[in-house]
Design a protein around this ligand. Structure first.
Ligand SMILES: Nc1ncnc2c1ncn2[C@@H]1O[C@H](COP(=O)(O)OP(=O)(O)OP(=O)(O)O)[C@@H](O)[C@H]1O
Length: 261
């Protein structure tokens, strides 16, 4: 399948005494294996859109197709992995258990075979995120950055073809954040899952993404789509290469133009 997510005319208004129009007329196709970032001001509906793709929130208008069907079907098949802002690891379980848990639970919950979901080797992925020596540690023994790397390992072990990440690094300090970001870049370039990512960092969006979708202030509408032409693998171009800086400037300019238009 070449299209992982297809959104057509998506709108969402939250009811209330003063209804809040969060999203309006969103048309977006995410190709299988693409890394797409949603970028926009606070309140532009990024999390709402991610939740609609995950099947956690309904759209009032438009249609949503995820992996060829309704989002809830994909979620029921455990074909969607979610990375939240906080690592949300089980404090009493070792890192290896945490990383393997969702894959194990999914296997038990649903024994039918889903060719798109390929659970990965736990220790192999922990090694890829640099946690091989901490597989037997408990989350409390890890730094914040290491905990978030364990959360990344967990979602890659799960083997879901579509990963949704809602500001996964926003709670980290800047130095830790740039190192975990490179870890995700490396992991993604090896595994090439479809990712829809939300961030407030133009630098992060430029470094990680194939394409950046810029949203206007509320109600969120797509005001720009920026293809990132930086060749992969990108680990060597680190955060301060001229190519990343140029894309970062383009994203920031598009955000400003969308906010004023
Ligand atoms: N359950 C809800 N009930 C009422 N209003 C909501 C609900 N969820 C979101 N909203 C409103 O919808 C708008 C979009 O929210 P959303 O969290 O999707 O934006 P965002 O772009 O992710 O923001 P941020 O960057 O600050 O996380 C906001 O004005 C928010 O207050």
């Amino acid at each position: 399948m070449s299209e992982a997510v297809v959104l057509r005319g998506i709108g969402r208004t939250f009811a209330g005494r003063r209804p809040i129009a969060a999203l309006d007329g969103i048309d977006l196709t995410v190709r299988a294996g693409e890394f797409v970032t949603l970028f926009g001001p606070s309140g532009s509906g990024k999390s709402t859109l991610l939740r609609i793709i995950a099947g956690l929130e309904r759209a009032d208008a438009g249609t949503v197709q995820v992996l060829g069907g309704p989002p809830r079907e994909a979620a029921r098949r455990k074909d969607i992995g979610w990375v939240p802002q906080n690592a949300a690891l089980l404090p009493w379980a070792r890192v290896r258990t945490n990383a393997g848990l969702s894959a194990l639970v999914n296997r038990r919950a649903d024994r039918s075979s889903h060719p798109q979901r390929v659970p990965q080797d736990v220790d192999g992925i922990l090694a890829e995120v640099g946690l091989a020596d901490f597989a037997d540690a408990r989350p409390g023994q890890l730094s914040g950055g290491m905990q978030q790397r364990a959360a990344l390992a967990r979602v890659f072990v799960q083997g879901a073809p579509l990963l949704l990440m809602d500001e996964p690094f926003s709670a980290l300090d800047e130095i830790t954040r740039s190192s975990v970001r490179l870890q995700l870049l490396d992991l993604w370039e090896r595994h090439r899952k479809t990712v829809v990512f939300v961030t407030h960092s133009a630098e992060e969006a430029a470094l990680l993404s194939d394409r950046v979708i810029v949203l206007s202030p509320r109600p969120g509408r797509i005001t720009a789509e920026i293809e990132v032409p930086i060749p992969r693998p990108r680990a060597d171009c680190a955060a301060d290469s001229d190519a990343v800086r140029a894309v970062e400037r383009e994203i920031t300019a598009a955000l400003r133009a969308g906010a004023s238009g």
